[in-house]
Design a protein around this ligand. Structure first.
Ligand code: ATR
Length: 284
């Protein structure tokens, strides 16, 4: 049998800091569940040295990498070939060695879509979706979200000009608009899916006015962040009428599964890994 997949080889997640990364554990669990072995480690990459460190990794037998903060733009720049979704994002979280060059992809959007549609059971097609934020996290997911054919996608960001600029890349082809938070509240629009892709949860802030009434009946509120306890946004969403709330742990695992299948040719089951990580988050 011929295969283009490397029989062996090294994999790593590059970041700085990186000690907190769950990716090595996730990929070890994936490999065990599909009967494969994978050599995958966390790699603390010196700031400003991404390209040089990736080359060192290649010389050590590296064939694939995930990339996290602050190197996703560097990963895109270093790759000679990029998937469409990485081009749309202008950033990559995935690298694969292709014989004589690095290929890059961005699996964040696919991870988010699979978590919402498969794990949460909410088909995005025909839905009204609100996306909060306009930074790197949003650039990584907006293209894949629009491909799911929502009825409307509204982007609200604290700095409105950034949302306008981002939406401008898609508005000719897709039903996507940028609104200020004030416009959102004033027009009284309701949404089936509200995704918080801001980093506001990190500082315990709410990315919308406290009194915003934005949830349609049966709405899903999704925060790309996750932690031991529900984020401020998810707590607020529950109080403001969201029928369901979900944090970003499933997206983390699903974006990893989307990496694994490209490297190793098998899509590993995400559910047991999500359950294990969730159990580890809970206080013992
Ligand atoms: P990331 O890669 O996580 O998206 P980023 O590119 O720095 O990080 O973007 C952070 C996003 O969170 C931005 O949309 C930011 O809004 P601004 O464009 O106005 O900076 C948003 N954000 C961060 N803190 C926020 C807060 N307290 N309230 C609302 N939005 C916030």
């Amino acid at each position: 049998m011929t295969t283009t997949l490397p029989a062996s080889g090294r994999y790593a997640v590059f970041g700085n800091p990186i000690a907190h990364s769950k990716s090595p554990r996730i990929h070890a669990m994936f490999a065990a569940s599909v009967g494969q072995q994978i050599d995958y480690v966390a790699r603390l990459c010196p700031l400003g040295e991404f390209a040089a460190d990736l080359e060192r990794f290649r010389n050590e037998g590296g064939v694939g990498a995930n990339v996290t903060v602050p190197f996703k733009l560097d990963a895109f720049a270093v790759a000679r070939e990029a998937s469409l979704r990485a081009q749309q994002a202008g950033a990559a979280n995935f690298l694969m060695w292709r014989g004589d060059h690095w290929y890059c992809d961005n699996t964040d959007g696919a991870g988010l879509v699979r978590d919402i549609e498969t794990n949460q059971g909410v088909a995005l097609r025909g839905k009204r979706v609100l996306l909060l934020g306009a930074g790197g996290a949003v650039r990584g997911v907006i293209g894949p979200l629009l491909l799911r054919e929502p009825e409307a996608l509204v982007v609200v960001n604290r700095t409105h000009a950034t949302a306008v600029e981002l939406v401008g890349h898609y508005a000719a082809q897709y039903p996507v608009t940028a609104l200020t938070a004030e416009q959102l509240v004033a027009t009284g629009q309701r949404f089936d899916v509200v995704i918080n892709a801001t980093s506001a949860s990190l500082s315990g802030a709410l990315p919308l006015p406290q009194d915003a009434a934005i949830f349609a009946s049966d709405a899903l509120a999704y925060d790309m962040m996750y932690g031991k306890a529900p984020t401020v946004f998810l707590r607020w969403a529950g109080q403001r009428g969201a029928a369901r709330t979900c944090d970003g742990l499933g997206m983390l695992v699903e974006q990893a599964a989307e990496s694994y299948v490209q490297w190793r040719g098998v899509l590993p089951p995400a559910a047991p890994v999500m359950a294990q990580l969730r159990a580890e988050l809970l206080p013992s």
